[in-house]
Design a protein around this ligand. Sequence first.
Ligand SMILES: Nc1ncnc2c1ncn2[C@@H]1O[C@H](COP(=O)(O)OP(=O)(O)OP(=O)(O)O)[C@@H](O)[C@H]1O
Length: 567
Amino acid sequence: LIFSETLENDKRVLLDFLSHFTLPLHRWNQSSPSCHHWTGVTCSGNRIVSVRLPAVGLNGLIPPFTITRLSSLKTLSLRNNQLSGELPSDFVNLKNLTHLYLQRNRLSGPFPATLSELKNLKVLDLSNNDFNGSIPNSLSRLTRLRVLNLANNSFSGDIPDLHLPNLHQIDLSNNKLTGAVPKSLQRFNTSAFSGNNIIITVKEKKRKTPLGLRQLPFLLILSAACVLGVSGLSCIIMITCFGKTRISGKFRKRDSSSSSSSTPPGNWTSRDDEEGGKIIFFGGKNHLFDIDDLLSSSAEVLGKGAFGTTYKVTMEDMSTVVVKRLKEVVAGRREFEQQMEMIGMIRHENVAELKAYYYSKDDKLAVYSYYPQGSLFELLHGKRGMYDRVALDWEARLRIATGAARGLVKIHEGNNGRCVHGNIKSSNIFLDGCIGDIGLTTIMRSLPHSTTGYHAPEITDTRRSTQASDVYSFGVVLLEILTGKWPVNAETKHGEKMDLVTWIRNVVAKEWTGEVFDMEILSESGGFEEEMVEMMQIGLACVAVKQQERPHIAHVVKMIQDIRSTD
Ligand SMILES: Nc1ncnc2c1ncn2[C@@H]1O[C@H](COP(=O)(O)OP(=O)(O)OP(=O)(O)O)[C@@H](O)[C@H]1O
C-alpha cells in the first residue's frame, strides 16, 4: 500500500506540474501507470527518479512547488523548451538531484543560489539562457560536479576560484566575464572561456581522455587509413581500443572541418542547427532522448561500414542504442524522410527496429536497437585469436537462417510489396536472425560491388537492388552459415582462394558435397548432414545466376521450415 501511495503521490505532482502548461504529453493521464508509460518518466522502486522532457514545448515560468516535490528525483531535463523567468527557490528540495539539464530555454535572473545546495549534482547545464550577474563562489560546494556548462548567457564579473576536484568539463564561453582564468580552472582548454573579456595566460595542455567527437575526424581519417592499409577488422579493433569516445557538439561541422582533428578538445558546443535538423521517433515510444542527448552521450565505435560509422551510444539513463552516421546520402531531405518513414513502419521480431532518424544538412543519423550478442558475421568468423569464440552449433545456425528468412519476407512486404533491403550480409544479421540496415541502399551512393561477395551478378548499381538480388544475397548468407567461410576469398581444402558461390558450385558438380560443410557443425553428433545438404540446395537455388530462377523469399522460408518438418 505504501508503495503505491508514494507512487500515486509522485504521479499527482507531475499532473499538477503539467496542469500549468497548455500542452498534452504523451500518455500523461491519471488512468495510465506513470512508470514506463508516461513520456520521459522513469521510476526506481516506488519513486519517480527521472523526468526528461526535452523539446516538448514547455512554455513560461517553471511552476514552484510542483516538480520539486519529487524528492527522489535524480535527473531532471527540461532542455530545449521556452521556459522563462527565474528558477524557483524550492529547487533546493531536490536534494538527490545528480543531473540537471535546463539549457536552451529563456531562463533569466541571477545564478540560482539554491543550486549550490544540491550537493549531489554531477552535471549542471544552464547554457543558452539569459542568466546574468556573477557566478557565485558557492559553486565550490558542489564537490561532486563533473560537468558545468554556463555558456551563452550574460554572466559577468570575475570567474571565481572554483575548487571542484571532480570537474572534467566546463564551458563558460560567450558570456560577459572579465579578469583572468583562476588557477583552479587553468587545467581546462582556453576555448572553455572564449567569447568573454578574459585575459588568457595559460598554456594549452593536451588532454588525453576522454576523446571528444571533435576528434572524430581524426578517428575517421585513422579508420580510412586502416581500411586502406590494414584489414578492416583490425582497424575496427584499433579504433575500439581507443576506448569510449565522447560524442559531443560539432556534429554539424564535421565534414567541413577535417582540420579540426587538431582542434583541442575541452568544452562542448551546443547544437544550433539552422538547417532545421530534427530527430523523428517511431512507434509512439517515450522520447527518452533527443538529439542533444545523443550528442552528449558516451559513444564507442562499433565499426565503419560502407554507409558510414556505427556507434554504440550509452545514454544518460544507461540505455544503449546504435547510431549509424550515414555518409554519402544521395537522397534529398524529402526522399530520405520518406524512405525512413517507410522503414520505420516495418515491425517484426526478425527486423532490427529503426527507433529514430535525424536529417540535417551536415548529418544524417539512423538510430537502432543495440544487439549485444553481435552479428552473425562475428558469431561465424569473429574474435578468433582474441577470445575463445563460442562454437555456433547447427541448431543455432538453423534458427538464424529461419529467422532471417522470415525477416526478409516481412521486409519485402513493406511499401506495398516493393521494399528492398539491398545489403543482406552476415554483419547485418543479429540475434536469432534479426535483420538490420534495411532499405538504406536506395538513398546512398552505390556500394562498391566487387568487394562484398554478397551482391547478385546483375547488380551494377546497388541503388537498383531488387527483391531477387536480396534473395541472391540471402543465398550467400546461407552458404556462409553452412561453410563457415567468408563469401570472398574462401579458402578451399587445397589452399586455393575463390569466391564462395563458385567454389560450392564446383564442389557440388563433382559430388563432393560433404567437403564444404564447416567442421564445427559436421563434427556434431546429431547426424544433421542430410539437413545441411538440403539447406545447401536452398542456398544454391537462391544464388541462381538467372534472377527469374531464384525462389521468392516466402518460398525460401517454407523450404527451410520443411527441412525439419520432414523428420
Ligand atoms: N544494431 C546493432 N547492434 C549491434 N551491433 C551492430 C548493430 N548495427 C551494426 N552493428 C555492428 O557494427 C559494425 C559496423 O556496422 P556497419 O553496418 O557500419 O558495417 P558493416 O555491417 O560491416 O557494413 P555495411 O555498412 O555495408 O552494412 C558491424 O560489426 C555490425 O555488425
